[in-house]
Design a protein around this ligand. Structure first.
Ligand SMILES: [Zn+2]
Length: 504
């Protein structure tokens, strides 16, 4: 690999999924992994297998589907973690085990209750064990940036010696300032004798809004792998954003002179897919992928652009794949056209999922003459997001108005039984939820409820996402889409109930 090639390690599915409010099921993770592969990332960190059965299964599912890209599983330095990561990665064409332990004093003393010598020993043993399973091993010193530099360098040297091919230096709490972080990386590059036997990586958090700047400084000081997430997702304020680093490297090639393996034309589609599936919308003024990133409002700017695009445009919308995506579909589009458009939007569905989604599409096309990309995304997400239907909405009737008490009658299938209840409430949605509660009889409370119009106009599909809080404080998300917002509301609630039933 050329010395100016930057390795892109994507952690959208691991650190990104730890974003508050994000929840992805296994099918959704596989969709994202396949799109990340198309985008051209070098490594996909698919999850933390030992942490839960769902995490294990997701890493296993991504390993089975992804063929060209390295799939990585996270593990603490514990034997059970590393073995679990290995087992989840067995089916991968290219597997990496990523093991970590904290190296900063505050973490070692207060979290691990371990002395530095013990931490060093655990790190080395973990790398050796991982190396006995797979060839490609990465080691991270958690909270590396706040670690004693002398001790950290000792750990770096010893884990390289033990066989780690990549050493990651995270700024776990997002505390570093760019120049300072650059100097920190330089010190490692210059003073660890065997540093050239490994790739030095960085993993920057965005608590001070400096994750991308810190990552770029690290590259300029010798780091050759960046850990990033699509749309900057991640714990708290998130990780360094993939699209920002990649486009900075691309647009400022004259100054930075590095390259990545990313096909930038897939950036926009990837961002949309992650936004839609994770439920975390991109802020409009977000760099590169925000809705306003290429929108010019002021008269002076528009005038300049019309005369010469480069007056106010440092990169083109086409370079991130933001072309005129407004293709309108309808009944006449047929199954082939439907399948093709989904592919263009980044979805790869199995034949059976495709059949179900196509039926929904025809249904929507009947109610709504023009079906837009956003509608297609809502339909597909509804289908692939869905869980087995123990509870199934069969029928509902709502009566509501300015001078009536909103009442709702709901009939549902519960397993093999059919149950029906009526209830009144503050509004039609409340009444419907009360009726459903009377049917299912599970102690729950509704947390957030949000309704979004998928496209413009009164014919638009409505998408409801909500959070249901179970008695022990666990939060489950539900989602539903329909041209009727009351139906979307009921579907979202039932989706959440099915997830509770199947513990997803
Ligand atoms: Zn992180």
């Amino acid at each position: 690999m050329k010395n100016n090639r930057i390795i892109v390690f994507d952690t959208t599915l691991r650190d990104g999924e730890q974003s508050p409010g994000a929840s992805l099921n296994i099918k959704e993770k596989v969709q994202i992994a396949l799109q990340l592969e198309r985008l051209g990332v070098d490594i996909i960190e698919a999850g933390f297998p030992v942490s839960s059965p769902v995490q294990f299964d997701s890493v296993e599912a991504c390993s089975a589907e992804v063929r060209d890209t390295i799939v990585c599983g996270l593990a603490r330095t514990l034997e059970k973690d590393i073995t679990s990561a290995y087992n989840a990665l067995k089916g991968a064409a290219h597997a990496r085990i990523h093991t970590f332990i904290a190296t900063s004093r505050v973490h070692m003393e207060h979290k691990l209750h371990k002395k530095p010598e013990e931490v060093l020993k655990l790190a080395v043993e973990a790398v050796r064990l991982a190396k006995s399973y797979v060839d490609d091993v990465e080691f991270s010193g958690e909270d590396a940036f706040r670690s004693d530099p002398g001790f950290l360098k000792e750990v770096v040297a010893a884990t390289i010696e033990a066989g780690a091919g990549t050493i990651n230096i995270p700024d776990t709490v997002g505390y570093a300032i760019p120049n300072e972080f650059g100097a920190f990386i330089r010190d490692i590059m210059e003073n660890v004798p065997n540093v050239n036997d490994a790739v030095i990586s960085v993993h920057c958090h965005n608590d001070l809004g400096l994750a991308v700047s810190n990552s770029l400084m690290a590259i300029q000081n010798g780091a050759r792998q960046v850990e990033v997430a699509v749309n900057g997702l991640g714990e708290r304020a998130g990780n360094a954003s993939l699209e920002e680093i990649v486009m900075a490297v691309n647009v400022r090639k004259d100054f930075l002179n590095y390259e990545t393996g990313i096909n930038t034309k897939e950036i926009y589609r990837t961002s949309q897919l992650v936004s839609n599936l994770s439920g975390i919308r991109v802020q409009p003024n977000k760099a590169i992928v925000g809705a306003n990133a290429f929108a010019h409002e002021s008269g002076i700017h528009v005038d300049g652009l019309l005369k010469m695009r480069s007056t106010y445009e440092i990169m083109t919308p086409e370079s991130i794949g933001l072309i005129d995506m407004k293709i309108v579909m309808g009944r006449h589009s047929g199954k082939h056209g439907f399948k093709q458009r989904l592919k263009d939007l980044g979805y790869t569905l199995s034949d059976s999922d495709l059949d179900v989604a196509f039926e929904r599409f025809l249904d929507v096309a009947d109610k709504k003459k023009e079906v837009f990309d956003e509608d297609l995304a809502a339909i597909v997400e509804d289908e692939i997001h869905s869980v087995p239907e123990f509870y199934k909405l069969d029928y509902f009737h709502i009566s509501s108005g300015s001078s009536t008490i909103p009442t709702s009658t709901v009939r549902m299938k519960v397993g093999n039984e059919v149950k029906q209840e009526s209830a009144w409430g503050d509004g039609p949605v409340d009444a419907t939820y009360r009726a459903i509660n009377a049917i299912v009889d599970i102690p729950i409370t509704l947390g957030e409820y949000s309704l979004r119009a998928v496209t413009e106009g009164t014919e638009a599909m409505g998408e409801v996402s909500l959070k249901i809080i179970i008695n022990d404080g666990i939060v489950i998300t539900g989602r539903g889409a329909s041209t009727d917002i009351l139906e979307a509301s009921a579907k979202a609630y039932v989706d959440g109930l099915n997830k509770i039933k199947f513990k997803m």
